[in-house]
Unconditional design. Structure first.
Ligand SMILES: [Zn+2]
Length: 296
């Protein structure tokens, strides 16, 4: 999941410990999963969530020689569901219609076209909002989406919407935790992400294969770090593997995932309490209709 450099910050992850995965909230008799609710319970669930819904956003792409194609989606849904069980929110079903052109050379990648990615996301958000999700938190689980999702959120200012899109990009790194064993770059399917998956889906991690390929930086471009090209990722990590997954541990995964879950819980609470953003958006939409009348 986390990978981009240069323009993207490295964001290790976080983790969970407790609570076996359950979709039932501690505070609620309703499932946190959109698809598990009856129509009547959906109505009550949206009310209980105060219109706050999570859209965990993953992808289908190679994850080194040892992790599943759906790693990003599996992990981001795991932490989102755990968070929603602590602070109730309705969680949208599996969503993996993101940006992954840079892995089209690998088996199992599903790379939708650019316009479809944006249309899918807009229509999904519109449909969520039409069903009462007036506060949509996109929880990003995939490094390749780090430009797409903020762009999408910014584009909501183009036309009036009766809802707000919030973006939570990746896991938050935090001090402390078990010492890492690998010392190099760890962007994709390396020590962090492999550790995280050992927590969310231990049965899908093939640790014994993690050394079958190299996740080393191949440094095949010689450009300033701040000069961007779309091929930068492939130039550096053509095997779609960055880091060393073989040294992953469940302890690191638990630390990472707990921090990630905590940050989502904090966001759900802040968003539920947020009464400013929609008002400010509406003020902006109104003024944008007649800019010449806008005064400081
Ligand atoms: Zn990943």
């Amino acid at each position: 999941m986390f990978r981009k450099v240069a323009l993207r910050k490295v964001t290790p992850f976080l983790a969970v410990t407790f609570f076996a995965a359950t979709s039932l909230s501690a505070q609620s008799k309703f499932s946190t999963k959109w698809e598990e609710l009856t129509a009547a319970d959906f109505r009550s669930g949206i009310q209980q969530a105060k219109g706050t819904c999570l859209l965990p956003f993953g992808i289908l792409e190679k994850h080194g020689p040892h992790l599943p194609l759906g790693t990003d989606l599996l992990n981001v849904r795991y932490v989102s569901l755990q968070a929603a069980s602590q602070e109730y929110a309705v969680v949208f079903p599996e969503y993996y219609f993101g940006q992954i052109f840079e892995a089209k050379h690998e088996p199992g990648t599903v790379a939708y076209s650019m316009d479809l990615q944006l249309r899918m996301l807009q229509e999904t958000a519109d449909e969520m909002a039409r069903n009462g999700c007036k506060k949509i938190i996109i929880v990003n689980g995939h490094g390749g989406n780090e430009h797409l999702i903020p762009f999408f959120a910014q584009a909501q200012l183009d036309k009036p919407h009766d809802y707000v899109v919030y973006v939570l990009d990746g896991g938050r790194s935090r001090p402390g935790g078990p010492a890492k064993k690998s010392t190099g770059i760890d962007y994709h399917a390396g020590e962090n992400e492999t550790s995280n998956t050992m927590v969310s889906h231990p049965d899908l991690v093939h640790l014994d294969r993690a050394k079958d390929e190299s996740g080393a930086d191949q440094k095949r471009q010689n450009l300033p770090e701040y000069l961007y090209t779309g091929i930068w990722w492939y130039a550096r990590f053509p095997n779609h593997y960055s880091g060393d997954g073989s040294v992953a541990t469940k302890e690191l995964g638990e630390w990472n995932m707990k921090g990630w879950i905590d940050s989502i819980v904090e966001c759900i609470r802040s968003v539920k309490a947020d009464e400013a953003s929609l008002k400010i958006q509406n003020e902006f939409y109104e003024k944008s209709k007649h800019p010449l009348e806008t005064r400081p």
